[in-house]
Design a protein around this ligand. Sequence first.
Ligand SMILES: Cc1cc2nc3c(=O)[nH]c(=O)nc-3n(C[C@H](O)[C@H](O)[C@H](O)COP(=O)(O)OP(=O)(O)OC[C@H]3O[C@@H](n4cnc5c(N)ncnc54)[C@H](O)[C@@H]3O)c2cc1C
Length: 358
Amino acid sequence: MRPSRSRTTGHGKSKNASPLPMDGEAPRIAVIGAGISGLTCATEIAKLGCGVSVLDKARGPGGRMSTRRVPDLGVGADFDHGAQYFTVRSPELSSRVEQWSSEGVVAPWHGRIVALGPDGVEESSGITRRVVGTPGMNAICQRLAAGLDTRLGVQVSSIESDGDAWTVLDRAGDNVGTFEKVICTAPAPQTEKLLRGIAPELADRAAAVQMQPCWSVLLAFDAPIPVDFDGAFVNHGPLSWVARTSAKPARQTPPDRWVLHAGPSWSEAHLEDDAEPVVEALVAAFFDALDARPSQPAWCKGHRWRFALAQNPLADGCFYDRRLGIGACGDWANGNRVEGAFLSGLRLAQEIERALDR
Ligand SMILES: Cc1cc2nc3c(=O)[nH]c(=O)nc-3n(C[C@H](O)[C@H](O)[C@H](O)COP(=O)(O)OP(=O)(O)OC[C@H]3O[C@@H](n4cnc5c(N)ncnc54)[C@H](O)[C@@H]3O)c2cc1C
């Protein structure tokens, strides 16, 4: 895959940068990962005037908040195959959501969400404010990445000490750049691997977190599935969640599109299976959970998330070793989920700012 950049800002100070209370050049910082934690952290430290480069192995920003485009199904017939929505509890995310809402990249999702148990449909308990990216879950990350030096298709394979700085190497062993600080925002097992040789204490913290997999199935139907809810927590069988993705705001184009998520135990047991039998089993479980006569999807696809959610997330917020100039953040470091990841990125940027102030 050829590396691409969404924007090149170089290492100079950004227009709105506050002057750094430092002698000499602004530090160059590599942020590995263009998910919500990495892009939040990168956005904040770029405001300090640091030269920030965001590196991600994927073709687009978003990480586990990504959106799958299927041009064969028509314009806008996309699928949120990772995070389905996010909840907002903190004042920090609340004010950011207001800003993103005014920019058109998020909207509230007022869909009817139920629980499906062996006895049928039950209303889902509690009032939850659910927010989705528009027109897809990746919209927020795309928006943030566009304002940064974001280099896609770059898989970091090692970080090597180069005296006072760090040299970042890609999978081919090519030099991606030399940076004073490196921030890793990959899921815990991948962070552990990248930091083991250079920051063993941070690697140990990441190693303490187990991440669970999730098989996700994307389905399109010619005739809409006749149910009167938009999403459901499934409390029996292999599935844990099903949602009509085409019922969310700014996605309401045909065909009728569904996303199914298998629960962690089922996903773990079938982790190395081929996608085809997994799709078959989960489609059967879908109609079983709906207690409906099966119909043939017009299009289907299976996607394996090897590291979907942390089973035992930490509550540290983030990690930063000032002496080394190495940091780590992400959902696994801060209670899981989109909001945890966002706050983790924010906290790490604050840590870096405090360290620069010294
Ligand atoms: C199936 C599924 C359903 C979910 N549902 C919800 C939900 O409904 N609500 C909710 O709040 N949360 C949900 N989540 C969790 C949520 O998506 C995550 O908590 C959040 O997106 C994590 O963000 P992050 O920035 O910490 O990590 P990520 O989004 O994983 O970002 C890390 C990035 O690092 C990149 N990367 C990794 N290794 C390298 C490398 N060596 N070199 C370069 N780049 C690298 C990856 O490509 C990725 O883009 C769900 C997750 C999954 C998988």
